[in-house]
Design a protein around this ligand. Structure first.
Ligand code: NAP
Ligand code: ZN
Ligand code: ZN
Length: 347
């Protein structure tokens, strides 16, 4: 066993604190990498607080993980010691179901292994995430990150990046489309960058008027303050797609009224409670309400390569792991510009 250290929540009512735990020695197909940076996703906070479902504790969060390879198993082909490696929200999946065979491991029909708050494919051993010094992952679930990219700022690509890239690609969002990104946080700011890179006309829908200048710097063409009834009214019926990244309860019916006929409202944000949807919100204009979860491994690598080619990374604020709770408090207030990343040297 490898002695690892990290930050864990021992229960949904306790703060994160230092914790020592074991990881497996790398097997023939495993890569071990020492973690340099880990992004702070709102899902980390949802899960340590049991917002969605009862979690597996102790819980070491973190699924935007970038580091340097220190050990590889005998059969590993894709990585060698010293390579830069990344892991996102998945560390394994069944590999044999219909979805795994279609490179949609995120929708594994037999239960994929989430990077933390999950179980390995033995369906017994808990997984521990990236708020830690080192990790061991099967090479099929380890990604290459271009050394051309700023490493700390590329960590969030592994969740915030792929979660916004994948639906925009799936719905072929691009030139001639009006895309609204709802919520300008970690996911939202990546949604803006990808929407702009794909050629869409991008509007940010935000509760925070102070983010307007940033939205424009990120490349957004328009900015609508959603708490201003006049601005909202002016935007009625104007978007082909809404990429909804909001982490808290909000009125889907209100936002769907901003879609054009045949428009699609894509949920990627996961509030803790279900939202009521009126049939009239869908019927009036043949609208669709859809959702999307992270992305498969092949698409995640495609996204990372796209980012390397186009110089896309996250806008980050680096933090000391000891300040994780301040970062969470700020994230809850929508005050994140636009992703916190933990410098793991501070562990
Ligand atoms: P985040 O950085 O906290 O951003 C969320 C943004 O939503 C905030 O910055 C804020 O933007 C807006 N917001 C917050 N409360 C709101 C409210 N009551 N009404 C309207 N807008 C509100 O969070 P994140 O890391 O981007 O994650 C966003 C959500 O996506 C979370 O629920 C997370 O769990 C989920 N997620 C899903 C997937 C997936 O696979 N589908 C993957 C990763 C994360 P403004 O200030 O601009 O209003
Ligand atoms: Zn995430
Ligand atoms: Zn599967």
């Amino acid at each position: 066993m490898i002695k690892a250290k990290g930050y864990a929540a021992q229960s949904p009512t306790t703060d994160l604190a230092p914790w020592n735990f074991d990881r497996r020695e790398p097997g023939p197909h495993d890569v071990q990498f020492d973690i340099l940076y880990c992004g702070v996703c709102h899902s980390d906070l949802h899960q340590i607080k049991n917002d969605w479902f009862p979690g597996i504790f102790p819980m070491v969060p973190g699924h935007e993980i970038v580091g340097k390879v220190v050990k590889v198993g005998d059969h590993v082909k894709k990585f060698k010691i010293g390579d830069i490696a990344g892991t996102g929200c998945l560390v394994d999946s069944c590999r044999v179901c219909e979805n795994c065979k279609r490179d949609l491991e995120q929708y594994c029909l037999n239960g994929g292994s989430q990077t933390y708050n999950g179980l390995e494919q033995d369906h017994k051993t808990p997984t521990y995430g990236g708020y830690s010094n080192t990790i061991v992952v099967h090479e099929d679930f380890v990604l290459h990150i271009s050394p051309k990219l700023d490493l700390a700022a590329s960590a969030p690509l592994l969740c915030a990046g792929i979660t916004t890239y994948s639906p925009l690609r799936h719905w072929k969002v691009g030139k001639g489309h009006k895309l609204a990104v709802l919520g300008l946080g970690g996911l939202g700011h990546m949604g803006v960058k990808f929407g702009v890179a794909f050629g869409a006309d991008v509007t940010v829908l935000s509760t925070s008027p102070k983010k307007e200048a940033d939205a424009k710097k990120l490349g957004a063409h328009h900015f609508v303050v959603t708490t201003d009834a006049n601005q909202l009214k002016a935007a009625t019926g104007s978007f082909d797609f809404i990429l909804d990244t909001v982490s808290a309860e909000h009125d889907l019916n209100l936002y769907m009224s901003l879609l054009k006929t045949d428009g699609v409202h894509i949920c990627v944000g996961v509030p803790s409670h279900p939202a009521p949807v009126a049939a009239f919100s869908l019927i009036g204009g043949r609208k669709s309400l859809a959702g999307s979860g992270i992305g498969g491994l092949a698409e995640t690598q495609e996204m990372l390569d796209f980012c390397a080619e186009h110089g896309i990374v996250s806008d980050i604020e680096m933090i000391d792991i000891k300040n994780i709770h301040t970062a969470y408090d700020r994230m809850l207030k929508g005050d994140v510009r636009y992703r916190f990343v933990i410098d793991m040297a501070t562990l």
